[in-house]
Design a binder for this molecule. Structure first.
Ligand code: SF4
Length: 472
């Protein structure tokens, strides 16, 4: 029986590795590398000996074994290029999702220049900091509404001047597409799109300018499959599939189509549809009668649904924070590896301008815990120290229950962070949830424990009332 991609074992992989334990991959043994490859935390190219001619056959066997059922496609060039697709599994819990869905925002070729530049720069400036990560928008889709080659080319050139982000060039007319592609092909834009009517001309453009090509067959999976097969036979390898995005009453059909494609690829090994999917929630703006805020709201919820089921790339219209923020946060959540809690670097964190009398607290390196504590300390304007203990990303309560946070670890962290050279007192404020470790911490560290609040929002009030500690 052929193994599902998520079920490849390190032993299956190890058999084809050079097995010299040379360490060039950064691992001590080939088995350790095989384990990383099985969990997709390493790439085949990380093993240099495997790239030598004598291992060509082994490399191919390994690639066949681990290659994702959804092809990985690159849009853009250089540092700003985005990778889409590369999905190994249908459901996130089966392994993890790779390559978070890039979000492109549209401009049209009839947008006045100053407005176009402002909008394109707005896409590049969008930034939301969320538990230590920077959430951004990723690409610009330039749409031809003029159907005029010169107008479209000019808009693409202005967009390129205003941003380094990857581009999607949107026109179903090959005559309109080509001049813009001549100007932009070095940026490797996604050509949107080939249809039943224009596929041959669009395929020629994709081949001539070496750019990925979207295939559009709205609400017709048989046509989408047939077009895709035809394009592959024609020689176009980098494809992105668009089964159509319908809002309002068409949402359920849309989600069904996306789901059927991904199921066919991941569960039924239907290679012909094994390409990334593009969703276009901005179709919500085609409704001429609805109010703008209603269209934006529809666009937002369709984007979230499509990101969940199973869009690898989105084109949106709204740049409003209230539309985009929930989506980029949702993307962050879906694409976080479920096998690894989100962590921050352990060690000593400094707040404000502490001195030798400032309070010393501790917490764990689970990102959500850390950033909540950080925010509560900062918003209170407290000058102090926070020791962040490495619990492999578990919260205080879970870490204590699972023996990932023990009094020994806290005593060690006190020594390792050098806090004893920074303050002259020996008072450690523990989270209320860690109260039961107090006695042992005092025995091991010789510091006196002060049990702090169970919720970090109580830190400002606690410090105001309890710090500095009263003399016994
Ligand atoms: S580089 Fe390749 S051969 Fe060398 S230890 Fe790593 S996996 Fe083994």
């Amino acid at each position: 029986m052929k193994l599902a991609k998520a079920e490849i074992s390190p032993i299956d992989i190890y058999k084809f590795l050079p097995r010299t334990n040379c360490g060039e991959c950064g691992e001590k043994t080939c088995m350790a590398f095989a384990t990383k490859l099985a969990s997709r935390e390493a790439r085949l190219s990380d093993c240099p000996p495997l790239l030598k001619p004598e291992f060509k056959e082994a490399y191919q066997k390994l690639w066949d074994m681990i290659k994702p059922p959804v092809k990985e496609i690159i849009i853009g060039a250089g540092d700003n290029a985005v990778r889409i697709g590369g999905k190994l599994v249908m459901y996130r819990h089966e392994l993890a999702y790779h390559h978070p869905t890039p979000i492109a925002v549209d401009v049209t070729d009839e947008t006045p220049e100053d407005e176009l530049v402002k909008r394109v720069q707005g896409v590049g400036k969008f930034l939301y900091k969320y538990i230590g990560r920077e959430l951004t928008l990723d690409a610009v889709a330039v749409r031809s509404v003029s159907d005029n080659p010169a107008t479209f080319k000019s808009a693409v050139e202005k967009t390129m001047k205003a941003t380094d982000l990857p581009l999607i060039l949107c026109s179903l007319n090959p005559d309109v597409m080509e001049p813009a592609l001549i100007a932009a092909h070095k940026r490797r834009p996604l050509i949107y799109a080939a249809t039943a009517d224009n596929w041959r001309d669009m395929a020629e453009l994709a081949l001539m300018y070496e750019c990925p090509l979207a295939v559009f067959a709205p609400n017709d999976l048989n046509l989408l499959k047939s077009l895709t097969k035809t394009l592959v036979e024609y020689g176009v390898e980098d494809l992105v599939l668009d089964p159509g995005t319908f809002t309002g009453a068409g949402v359920s059909n849309t989600i069904n189509n996306f789901t059927m494609i991904r199921r066919a690829v991941c569960k039924k090994k239907e290679e012909a549809l094994g390409y990334p999917l593009i969703g276009i929630p901005m179709t919500a703006w085609l409704d001429k009668k609805a109010k703008p805020e209603l269209k934006a709201w529809r666009e937002g919820y369709v984007a979230s649904m499509l990101m969940t089921r199973y869009a690898d790339l989105l084109i949106m219209h709204s740049l409003d924070g209230w539309v985009q923020l929930p989506i980029v946060v949702w993307r962050f959540n879906i694409y976080t590896d479920p096998r690894k809690p989100v962590t921050v670097e352990p060690g000593l964190k400094v707040f404000g301008k502490p001195d030798e009398n400032s309070p010393v607290m501790f917490t764990t390196n689970y990102a959500l815990t850390f950033f909540t504590v950080q925010s509560d300390i900062e918003s209170a304007g407290v000058d102090g120290y926070l020791i962040v203990v490495d619990t492999e990303g578990l919260s205080v309560q879970s870490a204590i229950a699972g023996r990932r946070l023990t009094s020994d670890m806290i005593a060690d962290a006190i020594k390792e962070t050098g806090i004893e050279q920074k303050v002259k007192h020996r008072q450690l404020i523990t989270p209320g949830m860690a109260a039961r470790l107090s006695g042992e911490i005092e025995d091991l560290s010789k510091w006196q424990v002060m049990v702090g609040p169970t919720d970090s929002s109580g830190i400002p009030k606690y410090l105001k009332e309890q710090w500095p500690p009263k003399e016994n």
